[in-house]
Design a protein around this ligand. Structure first.
Ligand SMILES: [Zn+2]
Length: 338
């Protein structure tokens, strides 16, 4: 498959000095840098890391590495916040036992690895729970399977001449699917391959929704992994089974399966703009990358605080309609009087 690796040109806004810091590339550690920047810019996570390390002076018994990684992240975050110039990640690569810093690796794998190393307390904003409903066609009973997740692997199409919408891919993912005969699943109760219908429901919505775009897949014709460079549009807002989410980060991969380069587009907390974090360089960018991206690989959304606003709006509406009623009653009384 032909893979466009051309870097997009951005319309630079009338450049105010960028206050955010980059991370040094040790060789081919851009995959790690993009993950660390996204984690740093996830405010909920950053605060938990800061709190957890300060209260964990000594490593928890039996988990010396966990405390080390927390302490290392805390120190990295501290430098990203208060240090000068681009920040070194040597402490992190040592703690994660990344010995060969010249080997390109998968950013999503490391995103998941770092979060699973840290344990549930620190990472609970990323955790969701999904229930898979498997419908048995023989007796009509449901088989339910619970799956915890920290990212959702989202399949997209492979046609080069169209733009896929992440919103539609997400809807398709949760639609009930009739399986092809070859894929029918085994039902324990019926002792037969009678499960033909599969659907997914979110049992617990994560605060941070990480969508892992399925860019890499095994091609049986070529006997190897290939990259799907299809274009996707990334909505700034999505709904996941009645929960609303706002976009705040994208990790991009440019290049093919064997190698390439990662960077991250992030809208930092309490900042109206978007920035490209490309190792040591941080630049302000326009948000038109959302319309069509050939590079988006991990897309991060934060649960929006809208329901509260909606509640407030509803309250205000109620109060306003109460006022109207009062006024109309008053009018009515006055009408009577006059
Ligand atoms: Zn059955």
């Amino acid at each position: 498959m032909f893979c466009k690796t051309r870097t997009r040109l951005f319309k630079m806004s009338s450049a105010p000095p960028v206050k955010y810091k980059g991370l040094q590339n040790q060789g081919a550690t851009c995959y790690l840098n993009s993950v660390l920047q996204v984690l740093f810019m996830t405010k909920e996570f950053r605060e938990k890391v800061e709190r957890a390390t300060s209260s964990t002076a000594r490593p928890p018994l039996g988990y010396p590495d966990k405390a080390d990684i927390l302490a290392e992240l805390k120190s990295l975050f501290d430098e990203l916040e208060h240090g000068d110039g681009s920040v070194s990640t040597r402490g992190i690569t040592n703690r994660l036992h990344i010995d060969n810093v010249y080997q390109q690796q998968d950013a999503v794998e490391w995103f998941q690895k770092i979060l699973s190393e840290l344990g549930e307390g620190v990472t609970k904003d990323f955790q969701g729970n999904m229930q898979q409903l498997l419908k048995c066609s023989k007796k009509g009973h449901d088989v339910k399977e619970d799956n915890k997740f920290i990212s959702v692997l989202l399949p997209v199409g492979t046609e080069n001449d169209r733009v896929y919408d992440v919103k539609e891919c997400l809807e398709d993912f949760f639609k009930s699917t009739m399986l092809d005969e070859d894929d029918w699943m085994y039902c324990d109760q019926c002792d037969d391959k009678t499960i033909k219908d599969v659907s997914c429901e979110i049992e617990r919505h994560p605060t941070i929704l990480a969508l892992h775009i399925k860019r890499f897949y095994f091609d049986y014709m070529r006997h190897g992994f290939v990259k799907n460079c299809c274009r996707i549009s990334i909505p700034s807002h999505v709904t996941l089974q009645k929960s609303e989410y706002d976009l705040y980060g994208v990790i991009n991969h440019r290049g093919g399966y064997q190698g390439g380069h990662y960077d991250a587009y992030i809208n930092p907390p309490e900042d109206g703009g978007w920035y490209c974090f490309d190792d040591g360089r941080v630049q302000r960018i326009a948000d038109d990358f959302m319309k069509s991206s050939e590079t988006a690989y991990l897309i991060l959304y934060r649960k929006s605080k809208q329901p509260k606003n909606k509640k407030r709006k509803r309250k205000r509406k109620k109060a306003a309609s109460g006022q109207k009623k009062k006024r109309s009653r008053r009018k009515h009384r006055w009408g009577k009087r006059h």
